[in-house]
Design a protein around this ligand. Structure first.
Ligand code: DX5
Ligand code: ZN
Length: 229
């Protein structure tokens, strides 16, 4: 059992064959499914809403990790809970009452994820670390798939990993954006353990082969990794 998880981002799937794509991603050995919800306001793009999350949950056999890139997420969290989300992520930049929003998610029996944009410092989540189940560090500016990985986020990943290790809690550290065969080792070395992969996964042509290639890259880091900072 690997300590790393691969989470294909449905945003890059063929929406016309959504259920088929979900099944194929699972059969290829994916550990999670990552679902990006965009409102055209917090981010410039519009993607999908709770009905599509419900359709994905219906065929999902692995955790459904919902990433909300929306303003006023409190208004919509209950619908994503009902849609079958396993975890719900909210952006620190979109939540003036972050602690309250995280409690709302947890009280619903769903894992709470706090998400940071590339330009947002680690310090902004320090106060809520005891309240989160997962931290997601954006490694591109949210809104679109297929963008280039921002390397300046690496020290932040390492810093948050240190906090997690010090806490002794089992908090997942997720990276999202531009993660591919040429970047996955770097983020693993800096302490990430869940890798969201959109275009790299769905444009690979052969999902199973791609998962195996990613696992091969991660193999050397299975036994814990010295921080590369
Ligand atoms: C971007 C989304 C990502 C996106 C990643 O706003 O949060 O989950 O799908 O896509 P890639 O892996 O192509 O950068
Ligand atoms: Zn995402």
């Amino acid at each position: 059992m690997s300590r790393f998880s691969i989470a294909p981002s449905i945003l890059a799937a063929d929406f016309g064959r959504l259920a088929e794509e979900v099944v194929a991603a699972q059969e290829a050995g994916s550990d999670w499914l990552h679902v990006d919800v965009m409102d055209g306001c917090f981010v410039p793009n519009i993607s999908l809403g709770p009905d599509i999350v419900a359709a994905i949950s219906k065929v999902a056999r692995v955790p459904v990790d919902v990433h909300l890139m929306i303003v006023e997420p409190d208004r919509h969290i209950p619908r994503f809970v009902d849609a079958g989300a396993t975890a719900i992520g909210v952006h620190v930049e979109a939540c003036p009452h972050l602690h309250r929003t995280l409690q709302l998610i947890k009280r619903a029996g769903v894992k709470a994820t706090v998400v940071l944009n590339p330009a947002t410092p680690a310090e902004s989540i320090r106060m809520v670390m005891p309240d989160v189940d997962q931290v997601l560090v954006m490694t591109v500016n949210p809104g679109f798939g297929g963008q280039a990985f921002i390397r300046e986020t690496l020290p932040k990943i390492a810093e948050i990993r240190r906090w997690i290790d010090e806490s002794g809690r089992d908090i997942d550290l997720i990276v999202d954006g531009g993660i591919a065969l040429d970047t996955v080792e770097d983020v693993a070395r800096h302490g990430a353990n869940v890798f969201v992969m959109g275009s790299a996964f769905f444009k690979s042509g052969d999902y199973k082969r791609f998962v195996n290639e990613v696992r091969a890259k991660l193999e050397p880091y299975e036994d814990g990794v010295p921080l590369n900072v």
